[in-house]
Design a protein around this ligand. Structure first.
Ligand code: BGC
Length: 460
């Protein structure tokens, strides 16, 4: 069978690259931006790899014209990015930083000029620190704080940005409040559940605001006008041994605590019985106000699915799980399982079991640390080989295509990501880019995967 190319996908399909503000912008304290929680968290000793911070990242704040141009030259037609809340509202609410607004105006203008459809996310893990001082996501006022910010952005950029996701991967907020592993570094299961509940209410409230501003758009999906959605990552947990009750129980509970705890309230209404039982049994039931579930379950125009892999659970230790007897033993050199079918299963799962009944965009997909050392290439330039990443993309594109052939309404795919960037706690030690970043130096080398994409998108 001939290898797939972009031409095998539906007409009008969006092909894009995803990024996020804190991971690429840099200029963390420039032009009036307020501190956000990763600026602070990354400065606590031991929290990030080598104490690295988002201060410089890919310096997109200054280099956005060339980075956007790179995307276009590779053949992409859309860019998914996030706004930095603290660049717009340095204190989280109230005073607007005009220089921040102007920066995004310039960047969006550039995207439009190049032919990259802007796809914006309002929140990609970077809460203004001033709001964290006031309790952050544990304070119910987050609902009005976020709605004020969202409303301002809709009004300011609604005529040039057709896609708006409220939140990227709510689970990161859980990790930041329950596990302490992400900013802001709080560590109590009850905090995690409360933070997530408040986040879901903030999502619903922002979408209501969106409808007030732009009117009812449900069932009138049209890329020409603004559309509202949310981005959730699905890492479906599988039992390593499907006939082992212990393995099955772990996988089932993890699915309840992770993606189902967001998708169920958003698309079906309320928490599942299993999650309610878990929260009651573990003293982590959030405060839920009357009307919250109606607020959360707002009609959406699209759903953003981030899909990287699956998780295999077992009562047995992790190293045993990597063997053929368990998951099949198909692991990449970076330690991650090669399981491209994850995207096919996730698409079927969300549309068949989770109530997702709107067009879906794959808003992130990618893998890390596949690159070999920089070498000289035949034309005299420099090359970075990342053969495994190419294999990864091919595998996922193949299974994505199968899901579309099955009839699932997928309208676009965004890879993660253009340049190696600030990978949260892993700092610069985890490389996800299709272009090599030599931090601080003017040296960006396209990897094999960049050439793969250029070829894949050719004439699309
Ligand atoms: C996040 C990104 C992150 C990527 C790779 C996703 O879950 O949205 O911010 O860089 O995974 O780890």
């Amino acid at each position: 069978m001939a290898e797939l190319t972009a031409k095998d996908f539906p007409e009008g399909f969006k092909w894009g690259i995803a990024t996020s503000a804190a991971q690429i912008e840099g200029a963390a304290f420039e032009d009036g931006k307020g501190a956000e929680i990763w600026d602070v968290f990354s400065r606590i000793p031991g929290k990030t790899f080598s104490g690295q911070t988002p201060d410089l990242a890919c310096d997109y704040y200054h280099k956005y014209p060339e980075q956007l141009k790179m995307m276009r030259e590779l053949g992409f037609n859309s860019h998914r990015f996030s706004f930095s809340w603290a660049r717009i509202f340095p204190d989280g609410t109230g005073r607007v930083n005009q220089k921040g607004v102007d920066f995004y105006k310039r960047a969006i203008d550039e995207m439009l000029k190049l032919g990259l459809m802007p796809n914006a996310t309002l929140y990609h893990w970077d809460l203004p620190q001033e709001l964290e001082y006031r309790g952050g996501f544990l304070n119910r006022d987050i609902v009005s704080w976020f709605t004020e910010y969202a409303g301002f952005m809709f009004e300011t950029f609604g005529d040039v940005v057709p896609m708006w996701a409220t939140f990227n991967e709510p689970i990161a907020t859980y990790v930041g409040y329950a596990l302490g592993a992400f900013a802001p570094g709080r560590k109590l299961e009850k905090y995690g559940r409360q933070a997530n509940h408040n986040l879901l209410c903030a999502h619903g409230s922002a979408v209501k605001r969106f409808r007030e501003i732009f009117g009812e758009r449900r069932d009138k999906f049209d890329m020409a006008g603004p559309n509202a959605g949310i981005v959730v990552d699905v890492w479906h947990h599988h039992p390593a041994r499907p006939d082992d009750p212990g393995d099955c129980a772990i996988a089932e509970l993890e699915n309840e605590k992770a993606y189902r705890s967001y998708l169920h309230p958003i698309f079906k209404g309320g928490y599942t019985g299993a999650l309610l039982k878990y929260m009651a049994d573990n003293d982590c039931m959030p405060d839920i106000l009357p009307g919250d579930f109606e607020l959360i379950r707002q009609p959406l125009d699209f759903f953003g699915l981030n899909c990287y892999n699956r998780v295999v659970d077992s009562t047995e230790p992790a190293d045993i799980r990597k063997t053929v007897e368990f998951a099949g033993g198909n692991y990449m050199d970076n330690g991650a399982e090669f399981y491209p079918r994850a995207i096919y299963e996730a698409l079927h799962n969300v549309t068949e079991n989770m109530g997702v009944n709107v067009p879906v965009f794959i808003t992130e997909n990618g893998t890390y640390n596949c690159e070999e050392a920089v070498v000289a290439c035949p034309d005299g330039g420099q090359c970075v080989h990342d053969v495994t990443r190419v294999k990864y993309f091919r595998g996922f594109l193949d299974w994505l295509h199968r899901a579309i052939t099955d009839g699932i309404d997928v309208r676009g795919y965004y890879l993660w990501t253009l340049l190696d960037n600030f990978e949260w706690t892993a700092g610069n030690s985890m490389r996800f880019g299709i272009v090599n970043t030599d931090y601080g130096a003017e040296n960006c080398i396209p990897k094999d995967s960049a050439y793969f994409w250029k070829d894949f998108l050719k004439n699309s």
